[in-house]
Design a protein around this ligand. Structure first.
Ligand code: GLU
Length: 491
């Protein structure tokens, strides 16, 4: 048996990290088992508050950027298509007819007004909401009359009224629900469109899905879907529900915790490879203590459905930040520059189509700041002084290092040494300038280093001084030293 798994996003919003994690688990399981990873677009809910077709490109790009391109999906096709539910309406309508014919579903002619009134009455009495099954027990005569009057109707599932439904969940073990607790769910709306339950079961069956791996929030749907499998006489898939993702306060991860959408993270400069690694470790453990960084191949090798924990996963933003720094540090200078460019361009620090020289300068500047970089968007702040000469120094640095006669002497001495250079200095040349300035003025090196750092960068912290002098080059250093003279405070 070939494992066939699916990720079934609805275009209701930009993908949430929880959905992306579901996609990852499905993809990893497929790769592990030599199976097939399918993506299906579940777009039958056309309520204008929820249906957002504009996010479909983000659903697509998120998978591409993570390297989990489906083997079969709406973009690439496959033998079980179409992979978009709105293009499969006839299949659901046919399935609903089959269920009516076998007595497992019935037409319901209740008007929306009646259903609303019923809900209000149930609410007022403190009863659980649910359909009162009036149309389940219509006489043949009434049914024939409604049909001849062409009353609009929905199709509802005739849930067994007694007994229990039990199923095995790979993560949560045996689950049992009392059938009388389950509502006679609408399967097909009066406009001929299916609801989620009918569409998902028909598609999972027709697409040969062997394992349904999805978020725990879909668990309450499972009994209804099991009735459907039984009613059709189809074999159920293996059920795998993945625990919810919570914030540190153990409440469902939401906006008040921070970013929750995959693209919020990507736009602020988290790498897809970090997100892959981090999200896989939410609810699944590789079983190695004190180790967080795993390559994709290592994750596939270690992955098992049994390794998914039933405890909710806690989303640790600090850990994600740390992990991103780790992934940034394995990029080559060239790769890192490619990824940082959009942020430098957006900040107006370099031109949108930088010439080779500008790009080389950016690469050198980025390389010097890489070890302090945790999120790509921070690159503009870390390297900004390389591109734009500071207007004013940091106050703290000015007070400490740019007060009195000494800084003026340091600036003058260093400047004459820089001016004497025939070319941009190497790192060694830069160190010589600092050493000779200290010797000439009979100073230790630290005051010279701190003073020159504030003069050249406007800041008290940053990359190594000799390295940054070498990157800034002769001309920039000369003009910055000139400007810094005006920053020196009288004692
Ligand atoms: N379309 C559902 C969603 O948006 C899929 C649920 C399932 O995987 O069964 O998550």
């Amino acid at each position: 048996m070939t494992v066939r798994v699916r990720y079934a996003p609805s275009p209701t919003g930009s993908p949430h990290v929880g959905n992306i994690r579901t996609a990852l688990f499905n993809w990893i399981f497929a790769r592990k088992m030599g199976g097939v990873f399918i993506a299906r677009l579940e777009d039958t809910d056309r309520n204008p508050d929820r249906y957002k077709p504009e996010v479909i490109p983000e659903l697509e790009e998120s998978m591409v950027s993570l390297g989990i391109v489906p083997d079969e999906w709406w973009k690439g096709g496959g033998d079980y298509g179409p992979y978009v539910q709105s293009e499969r309406l006839a299949l659901y309508q046919e399935a609903a007819e089959d269920l009516i014919a076998s007595g497992n579903a019935y037409r319901c002619y209740c008007t929306p007004e009646r259903l609303t009134k019923m809900r209000e009455e149930q609410q007022a009495l403190g009863l659980p909401p649910g359909y009162d099954r009036r149309c389940r027990y219509l006489s043949e005569a009434d049914r024939a009359r409604y049909e001849s009057e062409e009353l609009p109707s929905t199709v509802r599932l005739a849930v067994p009224l007694e007994g229990r439904t039990t199923y095995q969940d790979v993560v949560y073990g045996q689950i049992t629900v009392e059938n009388r607790m389950i509502d006679d769910q609408v399967l097909l709306k009066s406009n001929g469109w299916p609801t989620y339950h009918l569409a998902v079961v028909v598609d999972d069956h027709l697409m040969g899905i062997t394992h349904v791996i999805r978020g725990e929030d879909w668990q309450p749907s499972t009994p209804k879907q099991i009735y459907l499998y039984n009613a059709f006489g189809w074999e159920q898939p293996v059920w795998v529900h993945v625990p919810l993702i919570l914030g540190k306060d153990r409440k469902k991860l939401g906006k008040r915790h921070g970013a929750t959408q995959f693209y919020e993270f990507i736009r602020s400069g988290y790498l897809p490879e970090t997100m892959f690694n981090f999200l896989c470790l939410l609810g699944w453990s590789a079983g190695e203590e004190n180790r967080e960084i795993f390559s994709v191949a290592e994750i596939i090798e270690r992955f098992s459905l049994e390794g998914i924990s039933r405890n909710p996963a806690i989303f640790d933003y600090d850990k994600l930040r740390w992990m991103n720094g780790e992934y940034i540090r394995v990029l080559s200078p060239e790769q890192l520059t490619d990824r940082c460019m959009p942020y430098l361009i957006e900040a107006g620090l370099i031109s949108a189509t930088p010439a080779q020289e500008e790009r080389a300068y950016a690469e050198a500047a980025i390389a010097l700041c890489a070890d302090r970089l945790k999120i790509l968007s921070e690159i503009a702040d870390l390297t900004g002084f390389f591109f734009v000469a500071p207007e004013v120094p940091e106050e703290k640095g000015q007070r400490k290092w740019l007060t009195g006669e000494r800084p003026l002497q340091i600036i003058a001495t260093a400047k004459s040494l820089v001016a004497a250079l025939t070319d941009d200095p190497s790192v060694e040349d830069a160190e010589q300038i600092v050493n000779r300035t200290a010797e000439t003025l009979n100073l230790e090196r630290p005051p010279v280093i701190h003073t020159l750092r504030v003069c050249l960068t406007g800041r008290t912290v940053g990359p190594g001084l000799f390295e940054l002098m070498s990157v800034l080059g002769k001309e920039r250093m000369l003009s910055r030293l000139d400007r810094a003279v005006g920053w020196v405070l009288k004692e």
